[in-house]
Design a protein around this ligand. Sequence first.
Ligand code: NAD
Length: 468
Amino acid sequence: MNWTRNEHLIAGEWVTNAGHPTPVENPATLETVGTTAAGTGADAAVAIEAASAALPGWSLSSSEERQAALLDLAAQVRLRANELVAILVAELGTPERVARDIHVAATIADLEGFADALGKFSFETEIGNSLVVREALGVVACITPWNYPTHQIAAKVGGAIAAGCTVVLKPSEVTPLSAYLLGDALLASTVPAGVVNIVFGTGDTVGQTLVMSRDIDAISFTGSTTVGRSIAEIGARRMIPVALELGGKSASIVLDDADLETAVAWSVRSATVNSGQTCSACTRLIVPAKLADQVTELAREGAAALRVGDPQLDVDLGPLASRAQYDRVTGMLESARRTGAVVRQADLTTDLPGYFVPPAIVNGADPASAIAQEEVFGPVLVIQGAADTSEAVRLANFSPYGLGGAVWSSDPDRATLVARRLRTGQVDINGAAWNLQAPFGGTKSSGSGRELGIHGILEFTELKSIQR
Ligand code: NAD
C-alpha cells in the first residue's frame, strides 16, 4: 500500500501544500510507504488564524455539544481502525496486534474517556458571592512524538477540545500518515471546522513557528526532554502555560515477598512492548540483591522467547522506528558493554533489512552510568540489586526522570507504601491495568502537567472569579 498525502488540515479543509512532499519510510523494509507535506511557518500561521477564528464559538459551546463531538470523533476513528492499524504497522513498525490492541484502542478510549469525564464535571462553582468559572485557555499548540502517534494526539487534542480550546496540531514528521487518517476522521465528524487544524512538517519550521507565535495561548508538548526544556524556556518568556510530557527511566521494584516469575515476565514486557519505545516503560528492574542472578536468568529467558520480526506477522516486536533510533539504541548498548555492564541479547532471526534490535537484558551496570540513568528508548531492561526496601526506593528515585514505576509484593498495603515513596507521576502495583481516565504525566525531567480524563481537560482551563 502507498499513502500519498501532501496537505494540511486548515479551517475544515485539506489544503494542498505548496512545496514538494517528503517520503515516509517503512522501518522494517526501508521502502517508501507514502509521502507527507513538509509545511512551513507560513502554513502554521494560516492554521493559527483558523484556530483563532473558531475559538469564540467553540469556547462558549456547551459540555453536551463537546461531548457529542468527541463521541462522534471516536466513532469516526473506530470506522477507520483497520486502515489505521495498517498505517501504524507500515510507518512505525509496531506489530499489528500492538497497533490494534494498544495504539488504536487507546486512541478511541482517550476520546470516549474525555466525553465521559465531561458528563461528570461542572465547569462552574459558587464560593460565597463569587461565581467561579473554568474557561478554555484559548488557542493551543499541540506537538506530538512518533512512538504512540495517534494515542498521543488523542490525549492532547481530545483534552483541549473538551475544555473548549481550539488547536493547531503538529504531529511527528516520523509518523505523519496516521495523523492524516485522524484528520479524515475529524473532517467526517461533527467537530466544527477550524477547531482542530493540523500542520505537517518538522520541529524547526512548523514547531518553532507555533511555539513562538503571539497568537498561541498555551503549548502542550510530548517528546524528548531536550526539546521540552527549550519549549519551556520559550513558554516562560512568553508567560503562557506549557504542559510537558517528556522522557522516562521508570523502575519496577520487586519486594522480597513478590511472585518473582510474574513480576519479571511483566517487567520484560513493559520494557520491550512497542520495541521499548514507550515513555513510561519500566526499563529498570530493581530486585533483592540475593535474587539478582536468578532474576537475570528469568529475564534473559523471557526476552529470548520474544519473537522479533516482520510487524505484519504474529510477532512481539517489530523494528525500531527510524535509523536515528537504531543508532542511538545500539550505540548505548555498545557503550554499556565498554563500561563493564553485561549485555545479553538473543540472535536476530529476521531477514528483513530494517532497524531490528533484539531485546537486551543488562546487569552489572553502575547505577550512575548512562545505561542505568538515560532513556534508551529501545527494548532494553537494566537489572539492579538492592539490599533492602529502602535501598530499592533510593535506587528507583536515583534518576533525573519521574514518569512511571511498578511495585510487586504479595501485601498490597506494603506495595502501596512503597508506591507513595516513589517520585513519579504513576505507579502500577502487581501489574494493575492501564487506566486511561487517571491522570498521566511526570515529575522532574519527565515534565509537568497531566493528560487524560478530567485532569487532562482541566489542564487546558483557567479559573475566573465573577463577584456578584
Ligand atoms: P522529539 O522531542 O524529537 O520530537 C517531538 C515533537 O517535537 C515532534 O513533533 C518534533 O517535530 C517536535 N519538535 C522537535 N524539535 C522542536 C522544536 N525545536 N520546536 C518545536 N517542536 C519541535 O521527540 P521524539 O523523538 O519524537 O519522541 C520521543 C520522546 O518522546 C522520548 O523521549 C519519549 O520519552 C517522549 N515521550 C514522552 C511521553 C510522555 O507522555 N511523557 C509520551 C511519549 C513520548
